[in-house]
Design a protein around this ligand. Structure first.
Ligand SMILES: [Zn+2]
Ligand SMILES: [Zn+2]
Ligand SMILES: [Zn+2]
Length: 340
C-alpha cells in the first residue's frame, strides 16, 4: 500500500510508493557523452574565467595564474548581478525588484577528474572553508538576505561543465523553500521550546532505521518524507543555525561524513547525477534557536513530471528505510581519526 507522508518541517507531502520499492539496480543511470573541448576550470586556463574573487593558492603565485587548489570566480552568465541598487517597485498586483545578488562558481579542484567522494579530507575542508568565507562575505552586504550554495553533478542534474565545482547565488529575498523550513521550525519552537531539526536527528539516531552513517558531530540519514530515492541529509548533531559558525574541527568532521556518504551513494547507484544543496540561516536568523543548517543530497534517478509540477507532491519509488539500509551496507572508506 502506498503511503502519503508529510515532512514535519516544510509540511510538504510525498507519496512513498513503497510497493514498487525500487532497489539501486532498478535505476538506469544514463551517462551523457561529453564533447571534448577546453575546460575553463582546469589549471592553466585561468584566463578563460572572469578574474577570481578569491583563491587558496601557493604563496608567491599571482591571481589568475596557476598554483591554486580552490578558486572562486564570478559565473560568466550570472543569474543575478552584484552592481547596482536594490529597488522594489509595485504596479497594481505586479511586484518587481532589481536583479541584485551574486552568482559565483567555487572550483573545487584544479584536477578535472576529481569528485566529492574522491577528494582528500583536506581538500574537502578547503572547499567548505571557501563556502564559509563566501557566505560570511556576501551576508555582510546589506542588499543580500540569503546565499544558496549548491552543486549540480551530471548533465541530468543541470551541470553544464564536468569539472568539479559548486555554485552560489546570493539573493535579496529569502527563498520560499527556506521560508517554509523557517516557518515549520518556528511553529514547533513556539509550541515545544526546542529545535525541530535537533529533535528529528536525535529521534532518527535512536530509531536507526533511516540512519546511513554518523560520526561524533554529524549524522547522515534518509528523511522520513524523502522526495527522491536515496535522498540523504547531513546535519550537525549539535545545534547550529548558520554554516558560518563551523569551526575547523567541525569542518573536518563534515568532510569525513560527506566523503563517506557520497562514496556510499556513488558505489550503490553507479555514479548517479545529483544535486546537493546547503540550507543555512538567512540574514537575521544566524543565532536562531530553531533554524539548523543542513546539507540535502538529492540523487536524480526519477523524473520530475506533470504530477510533481502540478501538485508539489513528489512520488518516491524507494522508501527511505529501504534506501538507508542499502546505503548502510555499501562500502565506505575508512580514515585515520584526526585530532582536534
Ligand atoms: Zn576541467
Ligand atoms: Zn537544532
Ligand atoms: Zn533544507
Amino acid at each position: 500500500m502506498p503511503e502519503l507522508r508529510q515532512d514535519p518541517i516544510t509540511k510538504r507531502w510525498v507519496v512513498i510508493a513503497a510497493e514498487r520499492n525500487k532497489r539501486p539496480q532498478d535505476f538506469k543511470v544514463i551517462r551523457e557523452e561529453r564533447k571534448p573541448g577546453v575546460c575553463p576550470f582546469c589549471e592553466g586556463n585561468e584566463k578563460k574565467t572572469p578574474p577570481e574573487i578569491t583563491a587558496y593558492r601557493e604563496p608567491g603565485t599571482a591571481p589568475d595564474e596557476q598554483g591554486w587548489w580552490i578558486r572562486v570566480v564570478p559565473n560568466k552568465f550570472p543569474a543575478l548581478t552584484y552592481e547596482g541598487n536594490l529597488i522594489t517597485t509595485r504596479d497594481q498586483f505586479y511586484t518587481k525588484m532589481s536583479g541584485i545578488g551574486a552568482h559565483e562558481v567555487i572550483i573545487e579542484s584544479p584536477d578535472h577528474q576529481m569528485s566529492l567522494e574522491k577528494h582528500s579530507i583536506h581538500q574537502l575542508q578547503e572547499i567548505f572553508r571557501a563556502w564559509r568565507e563566501r557566505l560570511e562575505n556576501l551576508l555582510s552586504d546589506s542588499r543580500i538576505n540569503y546565499v544558496q550554495i549548491f552543486k549540480n553533478a551530471g548533465a541530468r542534474a543541470g551541470a553544464s561543465l564536468e569539472h568539479p565545482h559548486s555554485q552560489l547565488i546570493a539573493t535579496p529575498i529569502i527563498p520560499p523553500v527556506v521560508e517554509d523550513e523557517l516557518a515549520g521550525a518556528r511553529e514547533y519552537f513556539e509550541k515545544e521550546g526546542k529545535c525541530l531539526f535537533c529533535e528529528i536527528s536525535s529521534f532518527e539516531l535512536s530509531n536507526k532505521t533511516r540512519v546511513v552513517i554518523e560520526n561524533e558531530e554529524f549524522c547522515a540519514y534518509c528523511p522520513y518524507a524523502s522526495r527522491f530515492p536515496f535522498e540523504t541529509w547531513v546535519i550537525p548533531k549539535g545545534h547550529q543555525a548558520s554554516f558560518t559558525y563551523l569551526d575547523d574541527y567541525l569542518l573536518n568532521q563534515l568532510s569525513l561524513i560527506l566523503k563517506q556518504t557520497m562514496q556510499k551513494i556513488v558505489t550503490s547507484l553507479n555514479r548517479p547525477p545529483y544535486n546537493l544543496v546547503l540550507h543555512t540561516a538567512p540574514k537575521g536568523y544566524l543565532e536562531s534557536p530553531y533554524y539548523h543548517w543542513h546539507i540535502e543530497i538529492l540523487p536524480r534517478l526519477t523524473t520530475v513530471a506533470g504530477f510533481e509540477w502540478g501538485t508539489g507532491i513528489y512520488i518516491n519509488p524507494t522508501a527511505p528505510e529501504v534506501a538507508a539500509a542499502f546505503l548502510r551496507e555499501a562500502p565506505q572508506p575508512v580514515f585515520e581519526r584526526s585530532s582536534r
